[in-house]
Design a protein around this ligand. Structure first.
Ligand code: KIV
Ligand code: NA
Length: 277
């Protein structure tokens, strides 16, 4: 299959074909997503929590993001790879934002970057796009600034807040963003935005009318049990299956049921062995 491109995704929106996106943070996961035909992989800063055990996405660094983007690029040649810009890497100055976006693409190897924020971030988005790095926006619930939002809760409730969100989307589009993540927003507000912009909207807790959907891999497969938001659909409970497998392994070892004959090596005869005793 040919590699997924940004124009191809924009064409999918125009034709009403829904886009799917998930996260991956390492080579084996990327290989699995590659086989699935899913169009977009996000190497999300959610890796701070799902694979690095941090309490939020705030502490993750540029070096850590690049470390995780590289193996995903190796494992998934077909999907579009989005590298998440970590907190602090694009807020200080436009120059720093451009330099860090270039680093993610050049050192990590991703096709495009994503950053959180609405109208306030539009000038930054514009600068990065001008430098030749495609940018995806992320509006609604933006986990990097969750303490300012007052917790992990639905954004854009009520007419005034919905109006601000729509303006965020329009400003990001105007700044040159090629697509938008819409997180934890009332379904009808996400639909309004999806109809008002020409770039693809990918929802996560954004309801049924976005141009596509994204879920965090570890949430989909029961591999992260700190909390499970309402918008997650779990497609398998691999966490429980893995624990059961580990318990069986432990019992097998304790009871000498593993290894079996088929798992062991020969190479010295009993006669030869006798002489060594
Ligand atoms: O980091 C991430 O996984 C994200 C998704 C929730 C969109 O930003
Ligand atoms: Na993120």
């Amino acid at each position: 299959m040919a590699a997924v491109t940004i124009p191809a995704l924009q064409k999918m929106k125009a034709e009403g074909i829904k886009i799917s996106m998930t996260t991956a943070y390492d080579y084996p996961t990327a290989c699995l997503v590659e086989k699935s035909g899913i169009e977009i992989i996000l190497v999300g800063d959610s890796l701070a929590m799902t694979v690095l055990g941090m309490d939020s996405t705030v502490p993750v660094t540029m070096d850590e993001m690049i470390h995780h983007i590289k193996p995903v690029v190796k494992g998934a040649p077909t999907p579009l790879i989005v590298g998440d810009m970590p907190f602090g890497s694009y807020q200080v100055s436009p120059e720093e934002a451009v330099a860090n976006a270039i680093r993610l693409m050049k050192e990590g190897g991703c096709d495009t970057v994503k950053l959180e924020g609405g109208s306030d971030m539009a000038p930054i988005v514009k600068r990065i796009v001008k430098a030749g790095v495609p940018v995806m926006g992320h509006i609604g619930l933006t986990p990097q600034t969750v303490s300012m939002l007052g917790g992990f809760k639905v954004q854009g409730k009520g007419e005034a807040a919905a109006k601000v969100l729509l303006q965020d989307a329009l400003d990001l589009q105007e700044a040159g963003a090629w697509g938008l993540i819409i997180e934890a927003v009332p379904e009808n507000v996400a639909r309004l935005i999806t109809e008002k912009v020409t770039i693809p909207t990918i929802g996560i807790g954004g309801g049924r009318h976005c141009d596509g959907q994204v879920l965090v891999f570890h949430d989909m497969f029961g591999l992260f049990d700190k909390f499970l938001p309402k918008f997650v659909k779990q497609y398998a409970q691999l966490g429980e299956q893995i624990v059961a497998g580990l318990e069986t392994f432990k019992d097998d070892v304790r009871e000498s049921r593993f290894p079996e004959e088929k798992h062991v090596f020969g190479g010295v005869t009993e006669e030869e062995l006798k002489r060594l005793y």
